[in-house]
Design a protein around this ligand. Structure first.
Ligand code: UD1
Length: 426
């Protein structure tokens, strides 16, 4: 396969309007969730991103019929699933393939699944997923072949207290519990917007999920679920990426199709740094306008579970703060290894020190300069694109397959905002 990269001539402010796509992290959970019913589901507002394509491939491999009706609408008919074995190489290509475990267990009471891959940003164990499934009555073994085998003669409700707040475990156990017999109470759950979106989707299928968005979710299991139509929420992280990119390039961007309440932590930090952030409603969409005209003031950031500052925007924010007028600090509390972008930013002249892989101190410089950069994971990729847009001169951002996993039409959207970005092949 030919290698592709982005060539970016930085320095231009982003200006204009951009429309946000459907949420990656909701889509990659809702597509597997669709197999919980033996009917047809139609999902609207799905982003055209690599992770969605991979799930489409996996669903077809197990016998589901998947087709795009119009542009961003996917029709999934899960009535003819032929196997509960999900072990193809595609499963290991992405993290969220683990949602097939909850969905398969809920629907068929069994599943053999290859352990998930995804971005390398820490150890990323799945012990809380396993703990939850076991509490629902599943027997689970993980073989030396890295295949997790789950069997449940009788999936039943349970009270489960998660040891830590995990988005993946919350959603995965919620999927299985939707079809278990009786009441499941999940405590210390994640409250991220996509957790709520998955709960809403399950309820549209006839499930009874209450409390999503709070610390406790109650699920009354149902014998059957039915097909439905459902529109995925806008992507919180794509929204934040464009908000930060607008401020970082001293631009003025209107970001449409957003849910402003999902962005409060990011808006607060951008305003603290001196950016103007306005929310509005044009009668059709909610929008956020970000405008920045001066060098940012330094700020301190601590990543936290929702509604705190999202870890997925820590890397883009680091790029922005490289040119702040003073010293900024970042404390990454969610993942153990999420500063791989720092050495790339240093190539552009950024002054950043990292301690214990948890803390970083950013001494603002006047300007970044173009360089050859390598993305190490999805959001590191987004942070390098922002840095390249900020930098004086040409940057080449390599390994953009990571970026393709989660951002729809990124180069086209940035070009429409006035960026000089080209996708290169060679
Ligand atoms: C999801 C998001 C990812 C985001 C992350 C945190 C998807 C597809 N991905 O990832 O973009 O960065 O939430 O908001 O939605 N942990 C355990 N044991 C477990 C599960 C998690 O120790 O069984 C730990 C993880 O290693 C991590 C922390 O808990 O340190 C949070 O992880 P989790 O919320 O599960 O993240 P993901 O679902 O992998």
């Amino acid at each position: 396969m030919q290698k592709e990269w982005y060539r970016i001539n930085g320095g231009a402010p982003l200006e204009g309007t951009v429309t946000i796509s459907g949420a990656k992290n909701a889509s990659v959970a809702i597509i597997p969730a669709a197999i919980l019913s033996g009917d047809t589901c139609i999902l609207e507002n799905l982003p055209h991103i690599h992770d969605v394509q991979v799930l489409e491939t996996i669903l077809k491999q197990i016998g589901a019929t998947v087709e795009y009706t119009v542009g961003d609408c996917m029709k999934i008919d899960a009535s003819h699933i032929t196997t509960t074995e999900v072990v193809s190489p595609e499963v290991q290509e992405m993290r969220a393939s683990y949602y097939l475990l909850g969905a398969m267990l809920g629907r068929f009471g069994e599943c053999d699944i290859a352990l998930p891959g995804g971005c390398v940003i820490g150890a990323r164990p799945i012990d809380q997923h396993v703990k939850g499934m076991r509490a629902l009555g599943a027997e689970i073994e993980i073989g030396s072949d890295n295949i997790l085998r789950a069997r449940a003669k009788h999936l039943h409700g349970a009270e489960i207290f998660f040891d830590m707040v995990s988005v993946g475990a919350t959603i995965n156990v919620m999927l299985a519990a939707a079809r278990a017999e009786g009441l499941t109470v999940l405590t210390n759950v994640a409250k991220e917007p996509h957790v709520v979106d998955v709960a809403n989707f399950l309820n549209m299928m006839g499930a009874s999920v209450k409390g999503a968005g709070t610390d406790v979710i109650r699920i009354q299991g149902r014998k059957e679920l039915h097909g439905c139509g459902y529109a995925i929420i806008p992507d919180q992280i794509e929204t934040g990426t464009f908000m930060i990119a607008a401020a970082a390039t001293m631009g003025d961007v209107v970001i449409k199709n957003v849910i402003p309440t999902h962005m409060e932590a990011v808006s607060a930090k951008l305003m603290e740094s001196g950016a103007r952030v306005e929310e509005g409603d044009d009668g059709r969409d909610f929008f956020i306008r970000v405008c920045m005209r001066e060098r940012p003031r330094p700020v301190s950031i601590k990543t936290l579970v929702y509604p705190g500052f999202p870890t997925d925007l820590q890397q883009p924010m680091t790029s922005y703060l490289t040119v702040a007028n003073g010293v900024s600090t970042i404390n990454e509390t969610i993942f153990e290894n999420r500063f791989n972008h720092v050495k790339e930013l240093r190539r552009m002249g950024a002054s950043i020190s990292v301690k214990e892989n948890r803390f970083c101190k950013i001494k603002g410089v006047k300007q970044l300069r173009g360089a050859d950069l390598r993305a190490s994971d999805l959001r590191a990729g987004a942070s390098l694109i922002i840095a390249a847009l900020m930098g004086q001169g040409v940057s080449n951002v390599h390994h953009i397959d990571y970026i393709d996993r989660g951002y729809e039409f990124l180069d086209a959207k940035l070009t429409a905002l006035g960026a000089d970005i080209r996708r290169m092949k060679g």
